[in-house]
Design a binder for this molecule. Structure first.
Ligand SMILES: [Zn+2]
Length: 286
């Protein structure tokens, strides 16, 4: 799932490549992906791309005249920039991976795609990004929040730090993968309770958040958009590395599974060497 660093890099890529170009056409292949109907997709035609921004994990392509294409890529969505399209025939609604296509006046453009059968990618054509419900509820940005803002946001919600870190209303931009990485870098258990974090732990977590996200953005920027997914994997120390050695201490990375997700952590680095209870596993034992 694309998180803050990947979306930041996609926005950066669009700023380099698409800003200044005019839109020929916005084509909608997955009707259910476009959540708004007014303005109509035809309203984008002829407008110039003037910026690309990020709100949490939302990408915001800005057109002149105050129009925004705001996109949440969900789990399996991505943006593919095309230097040229094979055909000028408009996309027809169908079951393929392409949800939306933006054709620009130099023949290039981009496809918003979604792999798999679960279609969750959401696009909004709006005059103000704040009318998108997911954008309106975002907490402070995880990459730019200063320590006071960060600590205030984290302590505003009592719960396990893994869940609170990934709650977009608390802090915007961090998802399952980077929260594993941030907690590993901060040497904190994913189950630590936010209201019991000391000031020192909060400061460590804040520094780890900025470092992990900042490093991932730096790695991702300059990469071609299509390659960003691979780049994300190569920088990870614990996430999606169950059973592999922790690159910091050599202990074996472990996993806790939930109904539709899992988290990874290093016992030596994060939980005093003690494995966390895996609910799925203990259910099997019982
Ligand atoms: Zn370790």
């Amino acid at each position: 799932m694309p998180e803050l660093p990947e979306v930041e890099a996609l926005a950066g890529y669009l700023r380099q490549r698409a800003v200044g170009r005019r839109v020929d056409r916005l084509e909608v292949a997955a009707i259910s992906a476009l959540k708004t109907y007014d303005p109509a997709p035809a309203a984008v035609a002829g407008r110039a791309v003037i910026d690309a921004r990020r709100h949490g994990k939302f990408l915001d392509v800005v057109f002149d005249g105050g129009l925004h294409l705001v996109v949440h890529l969900a789990r399996a969505g991505w943006l593919h920039y095309r230097e040229a399209f094979a055909s000028t025939v408009p996309l027809r609604p169908g079951k393929g991976p392409i949800a939306l296509r933006v054709r620009l006046d130099d023949g290039s453009g981009f496809d918003l795609t979604e792999a798999g059968t679960q279609k969750k990618l959401a696009a909004y054509l709006v005059t103000d990004p704040q009318v998108v419900p997911g954008v309106a509820k975002l907490g402070p940005d995880a990459l730019s929040a200063d320590l006071a803002t960060f600590a205030g946001a984290l302590r505003s919600r009592r719960g396990q730090v893994k869940g609170v870190l990934t709650d977009q209303a608390v802090l915007a931009g961090v998802g399952n993968a980077y929260s594993d990485e941030i907690l590993h870098a901060a040497k904190l258990s994913p189950f630590a309770l936010t209201d019991r974090l000391t000031d020192d732990q909060c400061a460590t977590l804040h520094a780890a958040t900025r470092r992990v996200l900042g490093d991932a953005v730096t790695r991702s920027l300059g990469q071609r958009a299509a390659e960003l997914k691979g780049e994300k994997r190569s920088g990870l120390k614990v996430h999606a590395r169950t059973g592999l050695p922790c690159p910091v201490c050599g202990d074996t990375v472990r996993e806790v599974s939930f109904a539709d997700s899992s988290l990874q952590y290093c016992p030596t680095c994060q939980t005093g060497g003690k494995p966390l209870a895996d609910r799925r596993l203990s259910k099997l034992v019982r």
